[in-house]
Design a protein around this ligand. Sequence first.
Ligand code: CA
Ligand code: CA
Length: 150
Amino acid sequence: MDLLQLTPDRVFLFVRSDLDYERRCSYSYVVVATDAGQPRLTGTSQLDVEVIDVDDELPHFDVPHYRFHITENLPVGSLVGQVRATDRDTDPQFRRVYYFIDKEETSSFLMVDQQTGELRTLAVLDREVTPALTVSVFHLTYSIRWLIRI
Ligand SMILES: [Ca+2]
Ligand SMILES: [Ca+2]
């Protein structure tokens, strides 16, 4: 038993290594008590420990760098590409991901759908004026930057 430790007189349980809900969410043991008689008499009890999930996993983008190309003069709202990040947490609330773009760079040209990660144009792009855009997309705890050539 490498997770829990019992002291001789009382039953105190100590965690001896880090617990990770995503790796293992429950532990079960049989606790044995013996007396000092001859022969020794014993009693047993089942011990179950359930680990409670917390938001400890960071979202990770599927690739570290996206590169998209889009033709100039397309109508506003044209799809440029889609980014996707996943989060290993088990609780749906803890693994929900939202996407944001650094507004300083691209607010007049591009937008990202907070739910889907789809990137769409906010203006008609002109390659002679704007040959490339570098975009930073964030979710709540992580960011990624990519280059879009027009
Ligand atoms: Ca998370
Ligand atoms: Ca977790």
